[in-house]
Design a protein around this ligand. Structure first.
Ligand SMILES: Cc1cc2nc3c(=O)[nH]c(=O)nc-3n(C[C@H](O)[C@H](O)[C@H](O)COP(=O)(O)OP(=O)(O)OC[C@H]3O[C@@H](n4cnc5c(N)ncnc54)[C@H](O)[C@@H]3O)c2cc1C
Length: 486
């Protein structure tokens, strides 16, 4: 008998979503990630959970409707990671006239049961705080509501849920060979040790590596795919209001600018074809300038490449025939050959549904329980989304040393699991050494014990974004601390 029902290669959003779905449907699951969870494209997404107006523009009504239904599900199952936010789109007549925007938002409103989110509206931004950061010519804007998400924490908490339902999650484990007979026999280099694992089915969820893995590890034919790079920039915070701006650049593309943590703004995205090694993705200078120019058209404060504190880029594959937001699922099964699932691309909003549909393809091969992921909260997400502020207040009541912004960060990251991080601490000193203004030894220990963090970058960039504000000396101290935790 095979060791597992399903082995998954790749610990990005697609891989962990498969692991969660399959583990909860009583399959024996193992997932191998060569580096850290969300170490590649899944921590470089636009971080939006949305219907996507640009899809509506291409008359993708059903896709928008499906995505908006998923948005509702995310708010229910991950109210700590997914936050509703006002989106503001300044109106001017150059590319998309105001009547077109108004009509589009009317349709957008009608495509979903909004689940408590307000309908779209017209704003006079000469007298509204959201207008303060914008240049004068923009007198009118439209607002609508969508959601923002912490993409890499979504990956980690999805993996945590999978693990709590029985999946084995192995990070630092690279699959180097997989032989296909009536089962799969995998060779994995797992933290320096070679091990063999057998599985009844295999999923290749290796993102930008998909065709390379298919060719060199699985030795299975794959259709032609194109690699695409998506990039964003991080600059010091450009506006005080808590909203996302959606701008129309002069080439017609929609560009967004959203708050990132407390002190930064994330601006994106620019997408183009990619060639090269997906492990080394750099944002070209021309793309940085493009996003700076787009932002400078709208914000009073000019944005220049010198202001950019970080660039964020990821690569994924797309079939030439299907560059849709829902990604691509290929399923291959033949007599006496164990099944192979290949899952790549797609956006964050539809990732849960994509995994559910992919795992369902295995139903003829295994007895398994019905789809379930839409109804079960992710770890820490067992409260209603409109109680987020109440959860923050409760946290401040219980741990009186927390400031409001700290409590907000911690509730957004851990939700109702915060007691497992802070315990019964009565003061900050009881949480161990401090790294930078906010990170404590207790939080680092929790992340290492429960969330597969091994190195400083795992903590500073994927399980939090504290890398944006951490001084170099504290980072070195964090590395020494983590090396000492057994
Ligand atoms: C061009 C482009 C457009 C996008 N558009 C959107 C968008 O509109 N909206 C949105 O929300 N998101 C968008 N995204 C981001 C998208 O959400 C991500 O692509 C998504 O997170 C899917 O990730 P993944 O799991 O397929 O790949 P990744 O996150 O890249 O994960 C693959 C993982 O496989 C691992 N791996 C590779 N080889 C091996 C091996 N041999 N053994 C073990 N592990 C291995 C890698 O280390 C990596 O961590 C876009 C991305 C790109 C590149």
């Amino acid at each position: 008998m095979a060791d597992y029902d399903l082995a998954i290669i790749g610990g990005g959003l697609n891989g962990v979503s498969l692991a969660r779905d399959a583990a909860g449907r009583s399959l024996r699951v193992i997932l191998f990630e060569q580096g850290d969870l969300a170490g590649a494209a899944s921590s470089a997404t636009p971080r939006l959970i949305h219907g996507d107006l640009s899809v509506l523009e291409r008359r993708g009504f059903w896709r928008v409707r499906r995505a908006l239904a998923e948005r509702r599900i995310w708010l229910r199952i991950a109210p700590h990671l997914v936050r509703p936010m006002r989106f503001v789109i300044p109106a001017h007549s150059e590319e998309r006239p105001p009547w077109l925007l108004r009509a589009g938002l009317y349709v957008y409103d009608g495509l979903t049961n909004r689940g408590g989110l307000p309908p779209s509206a017209t704003l006079d931004i000469t007298h509204h705080p959201v207008g303060n950061a914008l240049k004068r010519p923009f007198g009118t804007a439209f607002e609508y509501w969508d959601c923002v998400v912490d993409d890499s924490r979504l990956v980690v908490l999805t993996a945590l849920d999978a693990a709590e339902r029985g999946a084995a999650i192995r990070t630092g484990a690279r699959c180097v060979r997989a032989d296909r007979t009536d089962t799969w026999r995998l060779a994995v280099v797992d933290r320096g040790y070679r091990r063999a694992v057998t599985a009844r089915a295999l999923a290749n969820a290796t993102g930008a590596w998909t065709s390379m893995v298919a060719e060199t590890v699985l030795r299975q034919p794959q259709p032609a795919m194109a690699a695409m790079q998506m990039s964003q920039i991080v600059v010091p915070r450009l506006f005080d209001s808590e909203n996302v701006y959606v701008f129309q650049h002069n080439d017609g593309r929609l560009i967004f600018a959203r708050p990132l943590e407390r002190d930064f703004t994330l601006i994106g995205t620019v997408t183009h074809a990619f060639t090269g090694d997906p492990a080394i993705v750099a944002m070209p200078g021309a793309d940085v300038s493009y996003l700076c120019d787009a932002a400078s058209r709208y914000f009073r404060e000019r944005v220049a490449p010198i202001d950019v504190v970080r660039t964020v880029s990821g690569v994924n594959l797309a079939l030439a025939s299907a560059r849709g937001r829902e990604g691509t699922t290929l399923f291959h099964a033949r007599r006496r050959k164990a099944p192979l699932l290949t899952l790549f691309g797609g956006d964050v909003t539809t990732s849960r549904l994509r995994a559910e549909r992919a795992v369902t393809k295995l139903t003829p091969f295994y007895p398994m329980s019905p789809p379930w992921t839409a109804g079960a909260a992710l770890p820490g997400g067992d409260f209603a989304w409109d109680r987020f502020d109440t959860e923050v207040d409760l946290a401040r009541d219980r741990w009186r040393f927390l400031s409001e912004p700290e409590a907000q960060r911690l509730v957004a990251a851990y939700g109702s699991r915060l007691p497992a991080v802070l315990g019964e601490a009565k003061s900050r000193d009881e949480l161990g050494p401090a790294f930078g203004p906010e990170l404590t030894g207790a939080e680092v220990r929790y992340l290492m014990a429960h969330e597969w963090a091994r190195f400083p970058d795992d903590v500073l960039w994927r399980r939090s974004k504290l890398g944006l504000t951490m001084p170099a000396a504290d980072r070195d101290a964090l590395a020494a601390f983590m090396a000492g935790v057994s």
